[in-house]
Design a protein around this ligand. Structure first.
Ligand code: PMT
Length: 398
């Protein structure tokens, strides 16, 4: 998504400048062409050479440098940008832009651009709470400037509070969101992800290999498109995507309750979770002791959450997955019909590069009108974008 995008990374002077180095690495790794502008104060914390080496481009520092101005020019930097990211942004930088001041290369380029500007402030908590700073931030927000909310924690000055530069991954994600068209504004999307765990006793459970990657990718992409996203997730090791509300569950019964409750106030439901079809009939209170050579567990059926959602679908758009190891199309088609779905995403989980745990997937889309679309192997992030393109089209014409 960032491939070939022109991003200006503005770095102002604060102890968090070192985190901008990692942010630069994430942006360039994702294929963006990053042009770094540093204020003079920023160069006191990390040498421009570090940014130059990692961006593969000269770092711009001086407004009146004849060489820099001849080679690229501050207006050209402002014009060519798809996005400006200022990280870390000092109170001084925010104050200057809020007052329309342009007295160095960075503020001049920011004032001259028509590209979105994403500002990640980092400062002492009292500065961050200062009403003058707050007014400046509010003024810039009113004019369409985007802000990354600072993290809370131990600040360089020794105070503990709000004002830390968030992790580079958080700023990276917000940069992606800033570049994504808001095609799902205020649409309420509920996504389920991950496995369920069905307890046998206090230390053992039945589960499956779902990592949650597919569902989390869908939630992340929907949030980038401006949707209000709730992610109902079984246990995973993944970080919740920025801007997504999370509901954590363990068992299929808990997932059912959470999904039914959220479904009532949703417009689109996408069920990527791998729900256990059965659970142990009895949950032992104490750890089951080793005994005979074999042990028989009595299982009972879990509710089919998707089918239940389908039976009370109303105006909502309902998307299910089909994880199959044989007869992919037949089984997926059966699920589409029997669960009253608008779209089924079918994946052959036995195919290499598809299904559980891996970062890629190979899917087919099955529609109610009998159409089938075949997608090649791609990253789960790319699959998520493809799913949401189809979902948006169906949602608009429903
Ligand atoms: O999490 P990852 O490691 O990234 O792996 C991704 C995935 C393989 C889990 C994902 O791509 C996928 O296929 N998810 C659906 C897994 C599944 O349970 O498929 P199924 O064919 O058994 O179920 C069909 C649909 O009914 C699914 O949408 C499922 O969420 C739903 N279901 C199933 C059983 C049940 N009791 N209640 C349900 O709602």
């Amino acid at each position: 998504m960032l491939k070939g995008k022109e991003i200006i990374l503005g770095v102002t002077g604060g102890i968090a400048v070192y985190k901008a180095v990692e942010l630069l690495r994430l942006l360039t790794k994702a294929g963006a062409n990053v042009h770094v502008i540093m204020t003079r104060a920023a160069t006191e914390f990390v040498a421009p050479l570090t940014f130059q080496t990692l961006s593969g481009r000269p770092v711009h520092t001086e407004l009146f440098s004849l060489i820099q101005e001849q080679e690229i020019g501050h207006i050209s930097l402002a014009d060519r940008a798809d996005l400006f990211v200022i990280a870390p942004a000092t109170a001084n930088f925010v104050g200057k832009v809020a007052c329309g001041l342009a007295d160095d290369l960075l503020t001049t380029a920011v004032m001259a651009t028509k590209a979105p500007v994403l500002i990640a402030p980092a400062m002492n908590m009292n500065m961050y709470q200062n009403p003058i700073y707050r007014e400046n931030e509010a003024r810039l927000k009113k004019h369409g400037y985007l802000f990354v909310h600072p993290a809370t924690g131990l600040l360089a000055c020794g105070w503990e509070g709000e004002g830390k530069l968030p992790d580079p991954e958080v700023i990276f994600e917000e940069a992606l969101a800033a570049l994504t068209q808001k095609t799902l504004p205020e649409v309420r999307v509920v996504v389920s992800a991950g496995p369920t765990r069905e307890a046998i006793d206090p230390v053992r459970y039945l589960s499956n290999h779902s990592s949650g990657k597919m569902g989390y990718a869908i939630a992340r992409e929907a949030a980038r498109r401006g949707a209000e996203v709730t992610l109902v997730t079984g246990p995973t090791a993944l970080k919740v995507p920025a801007g997504v509300n999370v509901v954590r569950v363990e068992s299929a019964l808990e997932m059912r309750d959470a999904m039914l409750e959220r479904a009532a106030t949703s417009d689109i439901i996408i069920k990527a979770a791998a729900v256990a079809d059965y659970r142990p009939r009895e949950r032992f209170d104490q750890k089951v002791k080793k005994g005979d050579a074999t042990l028989t567990l009595d299982l009972e059926k879990n509710p089919d959450i998707l089918a239940e959602l389908g039976s009370q679908k109303g105006e909502r758009l309902l998307v299910g997955f089909a994880a199959e190891t044989e007869a992919l199309l037949e089984n997926a088609e059966k699920k589409l019909r029997e669960k009253n779905l608008d779209l089924v995403v079918a994946n052959d989980v036995a195919a290499e590069g598809a299904g559980f745990h891996v970062d890629t997937n190979i899917v087919k889309f099955l529609y109610r009108d009998g159409r089938v679309e075949d997608l090649p192997l791609m990253s789960k992030d790319a699959v998520a974008a493809q799913i949401l393109d189809r979902v948006e089209a169906l949602y608009r014409t429903r």
